[in-house]
Design a protein around this ligand. Structure first.
Ligand code: UFG
Length: 336
């Protein structure tokens, strides 16, 4: 089976390319490097022993998409290509709506024209905002979005469910990711944030490597056990494997129009201080940190109810937060 992976040079995309190949699928990458590096392709080659097919193209270009779907005899698509910075999305809303909605709409049109019905869409736990019940399940009512980025994810989910409600020949999953961390254990691929990282784990590894001066914990007055925020940190290889299982389920699905949303997390919550302390243990580099102000838009606690994905696909996260931190640190050290 031939799988188009848009954004396949990105963090989650590149690890999914590895998981797809290991499961016997043939991944075809489409990525314009707007937020990724060509060096990822060398890492993939080192892991897989071959270079996956690659198109350095933008995912909003309908003609290109149709050409790739036909040329590569694509059977299914995993759509990662999107902008993901919450802060930037608040400063540049139009850029986010144009790109995140535009790529999905072009893809749906191309898939319709080329009779490719199977799609996995990258959604995010951000659609839940501050959940009223924990662990948060897919049945939770979605609040007004907490950022433009979150709004684009909600709208994309709506587009998919509307297409299916209209009876279009589309079989799709939206996977709501919690907090991906880690790297491939070979340290050949991993997260490559541009500039100062927004996310906790790359900030920690860069601080331990001496690239950043100091780690700031954004608030310790939340209503949690140690006062710092709680998140569900999922190893990127577990997340990648969840895509493979999702794809298999779509191929086995007989209904011509079909749509489900699924949480992809571990079901476990960890505080910021737990992450910092565990990182100190696994790296042997206890980190200094200061307690700062709360970061605007952060919620106190969220972690996933994973019973749906477990029941439907038999998938469960196999790796823990500690392993994620070990792999993230190995990857950071490999960058020199
Ligand atoms: N944090 C710090 N210091 C830092 C960075 C983060 O204390 O330097 C804290 C945050 O306040 C938060 C926790 O670490 O409590 C996790 O923060 P991340 O930025 O790593 O993750 P978020 O939960 O904020 O982000 C996740 C996804 C994003 C998504 C966002 C939406 O990683 O892709 O949820 O809210 F957009």
């Amino acid at each position: 089976m031939n799988i188009l992976v848009t954004g396949g040079a990105g963090f989650i995309g590149s690890h999914t390319v590895v998981a797809l190949s290991e499961a016997g699928f043939r991944p075809v990458i489409l990525d314009d490097f707007s937020n990724s590096e060509p060096a990822v392709l060398e890492g993939l080659n080192a892991i897989l022993g071959f270079s996956p097919r690659f198109y350095a193209e933008n995912c909003r270009d309908l003609d290109i998409l149709k050409r790739v779907l036909k040329e590569e005899s694509i059977d299914g698509v995993i759509h990662f290509a999107a902008f993901k910075s919450v802060g930037e999305s608040m400063r540049e809303p139009l850029k986010y709506y144009e790109n995140n909605l535009g790529t999905l709409m072009a893809l749906l049109e191309a898939m319709g024209d080329c009779s490719v019905p199977n799609l996995i869409f990258s959604s995010s736990a951000t659609v839940y905002g501050e959940p009223s019940k924990l662990p948060v399940s897919e049945t939770a009512l979605l609040p007004a979005p907490i950022s433009v980025y979150g709004s684009t994810k909600q709208v994309c989910e709506t587009i998919l469910s509307d297409q299916v409600a209209a009876g279009k020949p589309l079989k799709a999953f939206s996977l709501r990711y919690f907090n991906p961390i880690g790297a491939h254990p070979s340290a050949q691929i991993g997260e490559l944030p541009r500039g100062v990282p927004n996310n906790l784990v790359p900030f920690i590894t860069q601080t331990a490597a001496g690239i950043r001066q100091e780690l700031t914990v954004f608030g310790n007055d939340y209503p949690t056990s140690d006062g710092t925020c709680i998140r569900d940190y999922i190893h990127v290889m577990d997340l990648a494997e969840a895509h493979v299982e999702s794809l298999k389920a779509l191929f086995g699905q007989r209904q011509p129009s079909y749509y489900e949303v699924m949480n992809v997390g571990t079901g476990q919550g960890h505080s910021v201080l737990e992450i910092i302390n565990t990182f100190g243990e696994v790296s042997g580099k206890p980190l200094d940190y200061t307690i700062g102000e709360r970061r605007q838009g952060d919620i106190a606690t969220i972690y996933a109810d994973v019973s749906k994905i477990n029941g439907m696909l038999g998938w469960n996260a196999k790796r823990g937060m500690r392993e994620g931190l070990e792999d993230a640190w190995r990857w950071q050290q490999s960058l020199g």
